[in-house]
Design a protein around this ligand. Sequence first.
Ligand code: SF4
Length: 368
Amino acid sequence: MEKKVLFPRKKTRAVKVGDLVLGGGQPIRIQSMTKVPTRNVAATIRQIKRLTEAGCEIARVACPTEADVKALGKIKSKIAIPLVADIHFNYRFALMAIDEGVDKLRLNPGNIGGEEHVAAVVEKAKRHHIPIRIGVNAGSLEKDLLAKFGRTAEALVASASRHVAILEKLDFRDIVISLKATDVPAMIQAYRLASGQFDYPLHLGVTEAGTLVRGSVYNAIGIGTLLQEGIGDTIRVSLTADPVEEVKTAKMILEALGLRSGVRVISCPTCGRAEVDAAKLAQEVEARAMKLEGPLTIAVMGCVVNGPGEAQGSDFAITGGKKKGILYVNGKQERVVDEEKLVDELFREIRKRKPSHYRCLSAGERKR
Ligand code: SF4
C-alpha cells in the first residue's frame, strides 16, 4: 500500500553526486560507510556490493593513508553507486582522490592547511564537478568555538559557517553539510538552525550513536524528528554494527514516515493466546523479505484476535491457529497451512503473484 507523503520537504539547492542528485526536491538518499581498510580493495568492494544490495545509494570510504586513496579507482570501477572519499587534514589526498574518479569528497576546508591548499582542491573539484561535504562533528569542534558556545548546536553551526565561507569565497557552491553530535537534542537543534541559515542539502546523522538497538533508536529519533519537519536530503545511520544494518535502519526510518515505500512486515508482539511460535515466524519473514522490493505489506499475526483485521490491510498475511496458520492474499483467506510450512508457502505465494518484487531475480527468472 502506498502511503501519502505527510511531511513537505524544505527546498534546498540541487547538488549532483555521480548520477544522483542530493537536494532540489529529489528523494532522500540513503548512504553508509565501509568498515574495512579501504586499501583492502577486495573487501571494500565486497562490502559496498552488500550495501548496494541492501538498498544503500551512496558509499563512503575512509582515506587515512596514501594506499587507501590509491585504491579508490579500482573500487570505483567495480561498484554501481557513487563513491565518496572521506579525507582529513591532507589536501594532497583530496587532489589524488579526484584523479581516482571519486564522486564526492568529505572534507572540512578549514582543516587541510592554508588558503593555497584549499584553492587547489576547490579548483580541481570545480573542474571535475565534484561536490564537497562539510562534515562538522561535535567531537572535533574548534577550541575557540567550544570556549564561546560549549559543545552546543550553536557551536556546530558556527563551525559549519566557517567552512562554508571558505568555499563560498572561492565561488564554490556544490556543498553538502552535516552537523553531527552524539547528543540527539543538540543534533536536532543544529540541523534546525542550519536549515534556516543555508540552502545547501543537509546530510543527517547522529554520530557514534551506539550498538544496534540503542543506535537505531537514537538515529530514528534524531533523523526522524528532522525528516518530519521537512529537513534533510540524505541520511546516514551510524551504528557499531555491520553497515548493512545501517542501511536497513535508514530504510525503515524513511518507510515509517511514508517518505519511501518499502516492504513493511507487520507483526504482533505475541502473547499467551498464540499457539504457534509467532516470533520465529516473524523473524523468518523479515529476513526473507529483505530480498523483496516494495511497496508491499506482509502481516504475521499470532492468532485470530487481530489477525484477520491486519490481513485485511495487507497484501499477504499469515495468522496463527493451533500449530497451523491461515494464509491470506489481498485480505482474503487462501488456505490453512501447517506451522512448519507457513513461511515457505507465504513466499511461494508472493513469488507467484508478485514476481517483479524480487529484486534478486533476473528478468528471465521473474517470468518463470
Ligand atoms: S494477535 Fe493474538 S497472539 Fe498476537 S498479540 Fe494479539 S492476541 Fe496475542
